[in-house]
Design a protein around this ligand. Structure first.
Ligand SMILES: [Zn+2]
Length: 66
């Protein structure tokens, strides 16, 4: 049955535009999405275009390390 390691892992996506602008140090915060990825299909860092309520537009949301 299932192996020890989970193929599908939970990852947190963070707005790279917010992080680049250093807005996370302010009180506005950073847009984050919680999603899952398949480790076999996506061994590298996951990047998705999501709507950021802080940037008021769609931006690249990149996976962050816990
Ligand atoms: Zn943003």
């Amino acid at each position: 049955m299932a192996k020890g390691k989970d193929v599908r892992v939970t990852v947190i996506l963070e707005c790279t535009n917010c992080v680049r602008n250093g807005l996370n140090k302010e009180s506005r915060g950073v847009s984050r999405y919680i999603t899952q990825k398949n480790r076999h299909n996506t061994p590298s860092r996951l990047e998705l275009r999501k709507f950021c309520p802080y940037c008021y537009k769609h931006t690249i949301h990149g996976e962050i390390k816990k």
